[in-house]
Write a protein of this length. Structure first.
Length: 261
C-alpha cells in the first residue's frame, strides 16, 4: 500500500466515525504507529483532519472568536430555519432572555408577537431590530461592549439578572461537546450566560449542526442543564440519539416543513 492509498484509507475511515486511535489505524493498515503519526501530521497540515491525544478526528474541535459580521455569513439558511422554529416556542405573556450571537439575530427576525412580550436582550443589534414592534417591551442589558459580537457583558448585566425572572432563555453557543458541555469563546460571556440560565425557567439552545463536536474556550454549563436544543437537518443520527438519551428535547428545523419570508 502506497502512502497515498494509506492516507486515503485513513480519511475514508474517518467518514464513518468521528475519531479513531493511532493504534487502531496501525492495526487496520498493518503499519507501525510511527508511520501513522507521520501520515496524520501530513493530513493535518493539509487541513484534512485534526490530531488530538493519540487519535485522529474529522474536524478541529476548537472554535475561535470571530466577528459577528463574519459569523453571519455562515449557515444562513440553517440559522433562519432554526430561528423560525424557536419563534414557535414563544407564548402569550412570556418574559424571555435573548443572549448574543448570529443565530439569535436570525431568530429575532421572526419574533412578531400579537400579544405583550418582555424581552431582556444582551445584543444591541437584536434590541434595535425588535424596537419597531410596540408589543415588545425591550430591556437592554448594560455593561461593557464586546465589539466582536455587538453585545454586553460584565457586572451590570449580571446584577440586573439577579433581580428578575424569565420563562425562557434563548441561548446561542459556539460549541456543543457531549463530554465538556456547551461553550463560548469569551469567559465574560460564559459567566453572563450562566447567570441567564439561573434567571430563566427553561434554557433553549439554538445551534446549527456545525457546532456539535466543537469546544469554545469558556464553558457555559454541562449539557444536562439544557432543556431544549434546536438545530438543523445536518445533525448526525448519533448526536441526535445522545441528546435524546440525556432527556433533552430536540427540535430539528427542516426545510420541507418551513417557508422563509
Amino acid at each position: 500500500m502506497t502512502k497515498e492509498d494509506r492516507q486515503n484509507a485513513i480519511l475514508e475511515e474517518l467518514m464513518t466515525r468521528e475519531s479513531i486511535l493511532v493504534s487502531d489505524l496501525a492495526d487496520l493498515l498493518d503499519v507501525s504507529s510511527v508511520t501513522i503519526r507521520k501520515d496524520l501530521t501530513e493530513l493535518e497540515s493539509d487541513g484534512k483532519l485534526y490530531r488530538s491525544h493519540g487519535k485522529a478526528i474529522a474536524i478541529n474541535p476548537f472554535t475561535s472568536n470571530r466577528s459577528v459580521n463574519e459569523k453571519e455569513k455562515l449557515s444562513p439558511e440553517e440559522k433562519s430555519l432554526i430561528g423560525l422554529e424557536a419563534a414557535k416556542l414563544i407564548e402569550e405573556n412570556d418574559s424571555i432572555i435573548l443572549a448574543s450571537g448570529t443565530t439569535i439575530q436570525y431568530f429575532a427576525r421572526f419574533i412578531q408577537p400579537i400579544h405583550h412580550l418582555t424581552v431582556v436582550s444582551a445584543s444591541l443589534q437584536v434590541s434595535l431590530g425588535l424596537s419597531n414592534n410596540e408589543n415588545i417591551e425591550i430591556i437592554q442589558l448594560g455593561g461593557a461592549l464586546r465589539h466582536s459580537s455587538k453585545s454586553v457583558v460584565g457586572f451590570y448585566s449580571e446584577q440586573f439578572l439577579d433581580s428578575c425572572y424569565a420563562s425562557k432563555l434563548f441561548l446561542g453557543v459556539d460549541g456543543i461537546d457531549f463530554d465538556f458541555g456547551i461553550t463560548t469563546t469569551d469567559m465574560r460571556e460564559a459567566y453572563l450566560n450562566q447567570r441567564m440560565m439561573k434567571t430563566a425557567q427553561k434554557t433553549i439552545v439554538l445551534a446549527d449542526a456545525t457546532k456539535f463536536g466543537k469546544k469554545g474556550f469558556a464553558k457555559i454549563s454541562n449539557l444536562e442543564d439544557v432543556d431544549v436544543i434546536i438545530t438543523d437537518e445536518r445533525i448526525k443520527p448519533t448526536e441526535a440519539a445522545l441528546i435524546e438519551e440525556l432527556g433533552i428535547k430536540l427540535i430539528i428545523a427542516k426545510k420541507k416543513d418551513t417557508e422563509l419570508t
